[in-house]
Write a protein that binds this ligand. Structure first.
Ligand code: SF4
Length: 413
């Protein structure tokens, strides 16, 4: 689908009822149920992921309407910096072009001084968060993640550290001989603010076996995430799509996330991440033929908005994966968050993403305003950041991602 056709599909201005009226009866019925606040079933989700033509237009329009009710006109963003502090990794994920063997010429691990200098640079540019993830580097000290947190927080106590994927948590716990509860509690006490819900890819062990047979399995991913929530460390949630997965895998993945959220309320947001294929083994071996960017991405966002309705209210687009034009368009397909400024992003870039590594706040704000929406800087936990330069922009319909979360008893007491 050409960009112009996609724009017309997504930016349809006809009344909602009329757009739904052009959909097939089964899809229209699902959309009506979602509008009425009903939780959609596995079969509903599967049908939505097959939506084409008028059905797709109705899905996107409904998701935009639901977004306007549940999240209002505000589009949030966070001023942050990614730090991919080591690219040394032995795991060998077939979709990853970032990892290096420790003896490769371009293998690198940031020293503590380099890390702190990067954090200082982020602070100088107004960041409220740093997001740190790296390869699984067997040469690192067993307590390295804790040590990094301790050093950063000693110098920048106010900074929110969003770090260490469930894969890193699994490895760190294994290296230290600690269970997940004690290990995550130790990281929390050392200053860990939240955990990225990455390493999720697709939560299906058969798919994971193809993508990366050494990666954290589904049961362990769920255990780490729910344990984090229990000790008061919230996480994001993600899916990686447009590779070898089938629609049923994606629906089951979201169902797993929904069940976790019902149990803990600990997810702050959901971030669909398009697979970037160009330099990956998966693509170079001919195992994947990813669909062109555009309709598949809008469908994924719209589907996610409806499937997660009432459970995860913040749906984040990814300008790194999609580029700014499509990310902007996705704001009309159910998204209410634009992600972060990043400043350094090497994982997607290594795989062939060409959207760059840094998006200034002024650009993010003008992209949001270009869609007739209200930009609002937020913290990692979706509290608003008052900024006199931009105005607080706290529009009607604001929802804090924190409202549904009840920390574990040890924090509540
Ligand atoms: S995705 Fe992460 S764990 Fe997998 S190979 Fe790349 S750096 Fe290693």
């Amino acid at each position: 689908m050409l960009m112009q056709e996609l724009r017309e599909l997504v930016l349809d201005t006809r009344p909602l009822e009329r757009v739904i009226g052009t959909a097939t009866a089964p899809i229209a019925a699902i959309l009506e149920r979602s509008l009425a606040g009903e939780e959609l079933s596995f079969e509903d989700g599967l049908a939505l992921l097959h939506a084409e033509g008028a059905d797709l237009a109705a899905l996107i329009r409904t998701a935009d309407h639901v977004r306007s009710i549940d999240a209002g006109p505000t589009v949030t963003y966070v001023v942050n910096r990614n730090i991919n502090f080591t690219n040394v990794c032995f795991v060998g994920c077939q979709f990853c072009a970032f990892a290096r063997h420790r003896k490769d010429d371009d293998a690198r691990t940031d020293s503590m001084e380099t890390l702190l200098a990067k954090v200082q640079e982020a602070i100088d540019r107004g960041a409220s968060e740093i997001c740190m993830q790296g390869g699984i580097n067997p040469e690192m000290d067993a307590f390295e993640y804790r040590n990094i947190l301790t050093r950063i927080k000693a110098r920048y106590p106010q900074l929110h550290v969003h770090a260490f994927s469930p894969m890193e948590i699994m490895y760190g716990a294994r290296r230290t001989g600690m269970n997940y509860y004690d290990y995550i509690s130790m990281l929390r006490d050392a200053g860990l603010g939240t955990i990225p819900g990455t390493a999720a890819e697709i939560l299906d062990d058969e798919v994971r076996e193809v993508l990366s047979h050494k990666k954290v399995d589904v049961r362990t991913w769920v255990e780490i995430i729910t344990t984090a929530h229990k000790v008061g460390v919230r996480t994001t949630s993600t899916v990686m799509y447009a590779h070898i997965e089938k629609p049923e895998h994606v629906v089951r993945h979201l169902d797993i996330l929904r069940n976790i959220q019902k149990e803990t309320g600990g997810f702050t947001e959901f971030v669909p991440l398009r697979f970037i294929h160009t330099y990956t083994v998966l693509y170079q071996k001919g195992l994947v033929d990813p669909p062109p960017k555009g309709a598949v991405d809008m469908r994924m966002y719209a589907f996610s908005r409806l499937m997660l309705r009432g459970l995860i209210n913040n749906l984040q687009t990814s300008w790194v994966k999609l580029g700014t034009e499509l990310a902007q368009l996705s704001l009309a397909a159910g998204c209410n968050d634009f992600g972060g400024t990043l400043m350094e992003e090497q994982i997607s870039k290594s795989a062939g993403a060409d959207a760059g590594e840094y998006l200034p706040v002024t650009t993010i704000r003008s992209l949001i305003e270009g869609m007739g929406r209200i930009p609002q800087e937020r913290t990692t936990l979706y509290d608003r950041v008052a900024d006199e330069a931009h105005g607080t922009g706290h529009g009607p319909g604001w929802r804090s991602g924190r409202s549904t979360f009840t920390p574990g008893p040890e924090l509540a007491s």
